[in-house]
Each structure stands twice: as structure tokens, then as C-alpha cells.
Design a protein. Structure first.
Ligand code: NAD
Length: 445
């Protein structure tokens, strides 16, 4: 007998993958109708259980409700709706002309084949969106999926583990909860694709495990995404946009601007403007604002507290370990060798590093790992073109940080240390499919 207090024993990972692979081999996940049905059910799950999911996100990260809707639930729903609207078109086989080589009766083209059984491993910072958007992509491409939520967001992991099997085809989709031991066991299995979002150290573990089976991987990693602020821009508006993006989710966003690069005069103007923008957004005391989140756990709280000693505090700096609260903080006059500049911050701390101008900024960016995103605020087309041509980053955003990831037609992913591969919209279909070449040279009649 099983009641609500007795957890169902976890299925052996090898048996689980074999069960899902049998479903895939039977052809169940391939028809367009099945894919659309699963996407629709996933969408319904998100809308029917909007409140349950928002509650879980609040329990895990103190995530403000409006933010939970905007960046997790509604974001995922929008991505699914867009996929439902375009899936047929994205899956359409393409043809190439081979008549010159093989004659008029020959035909050739490409088609998207589903891969098989996909493993999706998600992080804790957007624990619903970063789990469910890849799952939607894998299902849209016609795969079976093993879903591994982050153990560091336990409430969200639990609600998803409870809801997914109620809404989706359990012969093709399975949730495995747990931490390192469970993930290690999963990684020992043979998958047809592994989609991992998280840090680069674990990214390497995932890629090593995948190499055993020659399994392709997508690695959505992080890094320090710079924001270059050109001389002469409207610093009041720049500060508003920086504050809105940097301090959302208490800075725990992979594409948040990590630090500002600007000239000394613009830095002075930005210091004041950022302090004002933060107050505008969260009031005089962000600790009592219901629009401001919390740090995920004590380990990250302690790590972040250790970064507050770099440079000079312009605004913020207050901390409360019991509440896992760190105020939105701006640090000015930060030197490149200080602790806050030596690792991805992943929290509500924004250092300003001074450079003489664009040449030095480009050199600074290129001396470091390729970032997941590069942002710039400038009124100059020449500056835009130089940044586009002379730097490498996963994405490039002018004027509004983070917004590129909400455009489903744009590939979202990193380059070098910030990741491998991309997804969203049609790019998810490319990621979770094999583009098969097909040639037909008929026998003579
Ligand atoms: P995390 O600690 O939740 O880890 C992510 C996943 O890896 C979890 O499911 C966890 O169970 C698993 N994992 C952890 N250790 C493991 C191990 N030794 N072996 C196997 N699996 C293991 O998340 P995190 O890594 O702290 O996430 C933060 C990082 O992720 C930051 O660097 C951030 O920039 C990056 N990130 C990137 C994106 C993106 O889309 N590119 C999005 C969010 C976060």
C-alpha cells in the first residue's frame, strides 16, 4: 500500500531509460499529433497550477510572484505557444537540387529525426523555466525525456515531480529527483542527448560521462557577462535598465550583467544614477520590498558576502544571513584583480570597473573567457559594429540586457567557457533532432 507519506521507490535508472527507449522505438513519440498533445498538456499544467508553481518558487528563492509569473511560468507558456504555432513549419523537410548530378528523376533533401531518449538536467536559479523549456523542445522534436530538476530548489523540484506525470505521457517522460548521487547514476546510462544547464565544473563532468557513449551534449553555462557603457549616453535610463536586469532574482541569473565597464566620468554619473534606480525599484529598504528576492542558500550567501569587500560601496552592502538577504549593491572603483572580478558573481552585486574607452574595453573582454552575453549602451553605430566584430560572446545585447533570451527565434546559448550549443524556438528542434540527409536516385524505369 502506498499513501501520501510513503514515497514511491525510485525506478532503477537503467530500467527507466530502457522503458523510455522502448516507447521511443515503438514510434509513439514521433507523430506530430503526439508532440502537440504533450506540449498542450505541458502548457495546461503550467496555467492550471500557476499558483502552486509560484508558491514553490517563493519557498525556494523568495521569488516575488510577479517575477515568478514573468520569468518562469508565463515565459515557458509563451515558448510552448510559439512552438505549437510553428512546429509543422520548423519540421518541414527541405530539398536540394541534385538534377545536375543524378538526373531529373533524382531527389534529395534533409529531414529532422528525433534522437531518442534525452536527459535534461536543470539548475536552481530559474528552476521551472530552465527545466521545462528544454523539455518542451525535446518533446517538440519527438523524443522521450528524463527530467532532472535541481535539488537546490527542492520545493519546485517536488511540485514538478508531482505534476509532470499527471499531465504528460509517463511512458515517455519521467522525473528523477535528487542530487549528485542520482545524477551520477543517470549519467552512467546511455542517452541520445544530454542537455545540461549549470556551472562549467559540472559541465565538464557531464561531457566526460557523455563521451563514454558518444552522446551529444548541450551545455548551457555561465560566466561574467560585461556591460559596456559608452560616454555620453543617458545614464539615468542606463541605470534603470541595469538595475532592472541585474537585481531580478537577486542577481542569480546566468545572463545578468555581471559588471560594468566604463570611463571614469561616466562611472561617476552612473554611481549616482544606479543608487537612484535601485531606490526607485525597491524603495529605501529593499529588505521589506516584496519585489526583491533572496539568496538560494547559506553557501551562496557566504560566498557573496565575501565579495562585498572589493572596491568602494556606493549603495547597498547590507546583509542578513538568517534571511539570506543581500541588498542590491553597487561597488565602484573595482580593480580587475579583486575577488569580485575573479569569479561569476551570480548575486546582487554590481562592480564598476573603469577603462579609458572602447579599445581598452574590447581588450578587457577579449582577455577573459568568452561570456554568455555581452551588453553595451551606446549611441554610436561604429561602437556597435566594433563590439559585434571584435568580441565573441553567446549573445550580444544593445540597450537592454537579458531581453535577447525572450525572443524565441534567437538561439540562446554560450560559446567557449559559457557553453556549447543553443536552444529556444526552432533552435530547440535543431538541438534535439538529427538532420538526416536523404537521397533518392530511382532505378531506370
Ligand atoms: P545546480 O547546483 O543546481 O546544478 C545544476 C545541476 O547539476 C543540478 O541538477 C545538479 O543536481 C547537477 N549536479 C551538481 N553537481 C553535480 C555533479 N557533481 N555531477 C552531476 N550532476 C551534478 O546549479 P549551478 O551550477 O549552481 O547553477 C549556477 C550556474 O549555472 C551559473 O554558473 C550560471 O551562470 C549557470 N546557468 C546558466 C544558464 C544558461 O542558460 N546558460 C542558466 C542558469 C544558470
Amino acid at each position: 500500500m502506498n499513501d501520501s507519506t510513503t514515497p514511491t521507490p525510485a525506478e532503477d535508472p537503467a530500467a527507466l531509460v530502457a522503458r523510455l527507449r522502448a516507447t521511443f522505438r515503438a514510434g509513439r513519440t514521433r507523430p506530430l499529433d503526439w508532440r502537440k498533445q504533450q506540449l498542450t498538456r505541458l502548457r495546461d499544467m503550467l496555467t492550471e497550477h500557476r499558483e502552486d508553481i509560484a508558491d514553490a518558487l517563493h519557498a525556494d528563492l523568495g521569488k516575488p510572484r510577479a517575477e515568478a509569473y514573468r520569468s518562469e511560468i508565463d515565459f515557458s507558456v509563451r515558448e510552448i505557444d510559439h512552438t505549437l504555432d510553428h512546429l509543422e513549419e520548423w519540421l518541414r523537410p527541405e530539398s536540394v537540387d541534385v538534377s545536375g548530378v543524378f538526373g531529373e528523376r533524382a531527389s534529395a533533401g534533409t529531414q529532422y529525426d528525433p534522437l531518442g531518449v534525452v536527459l535534461v538536467i536543470a539548475p536552481w536559479n530559474y528552476p521551472a523555466q530552465l527545466l521545462l523549456v528544454p523539455v518542451a523542445g525535446a518533446l517538440a522534436a519527438g523524443n522521450a525525456v528524463v527530467v532532472k530538476p535541481s535539488e537546490m530548489a527542492p520545493a519546485t523540484s517536488a511540485v514538478i515531480a508531482q505534476l509532470l506525470p499527471r499531465h504528460l505521457d509517463t511512458d515517455a517522460v519521467a522525473v528523477v529527483e535528487g542530487g549528485v548521487p542520482e545524477t551520477t547514476e543517470l549519467l552512467a546510462q546511455r542517452f541520445d542527448h544530454i542537455f545540461y544547464t549549470g556551472n562549467g565544473a559540472v559541465g565538464r563532468i557531464v561531457m566526460r560521462a557523455a563521451a563514454e557513449h558518444l552522446t551529444p551534449v548541450t551545455l548551457e553555462l555561465g560566466g561574467k557577462s560585461p556591460a559596456f557603457v559608452d560616454a555620453g549616453v543617458n545614464t539615468t535610463e542606463v541605470a534603470r535598465r541595469l538595475a532592472r536586469t541585474k537585481f531580478a532574482n537577486a542577481g542569480q541569473t546566468c545572463v545578468a550583467p555581471d559588471y560594468v565597464l566604463t570611463d571614469p566620468a561616466t562611472a561617476r554619473a552612473l554611481e549616482t544614477a544606479l543608487a537612484e534606480a535601485i531606490e526607485e525599484q525597491y524603495g529605501v529598504d529593499p529588505a521589506v520590498s516584496d519585489a526583491y528576492g533572496r539568496i538560494v542558500n547559506e553557501r551562496h550567501f557566504d560566498r557573496l558576502s565575501g565579495l562585498l569587500g572589493s572596491g568602494r560601496v556606493v549603495t547597498g552592502g547590507q546583509t542578513d544571513r538568517a534571511a539570506k538577504y543581500i541588498a542590491p549593491t553597487v561597488l565602484a572603483g573595482v580593480r580587475p584583480d579583486e575577488p569580485v572580478m575573479r569569479e561569476e558573481i551570480f548575486g546582487p552585486v554590481l562592480p564598476i570597473v573603469e577603462v579609458e574607452g572602447l579599445d581598452e574595453a574590447i581588450g578587457f573582454i577579449n582577455d577573459r573567457d568568452k561570456p554568455l552575453a555581452l551588453y553595451a549602451f551606446t549611441d554610436s553605430d561604429r561602437t556597435r559594429e566594433r563590439l559585434a566584430a571584435e568580441t565573441s560572446s553567446g549573445g550580444l545585447g544593445f540597450g537592454l540586457p537579458m531581453a535577447h533570451l525572450s525572443v524565441p527565434e534567437l538561439p540562446f546559448g554560450g560559446v567557449g567557457e559559457s557553453g556549447l550549443g543553443a536552444y529556444h524556438g526552432p533552435h530547440s528542434i535543431a538541438t534535439f533532432s538529427h538532420r538526416k540527409a536523404r537521397l533518392d536516385v530511382p532505378l531506370p524505369a
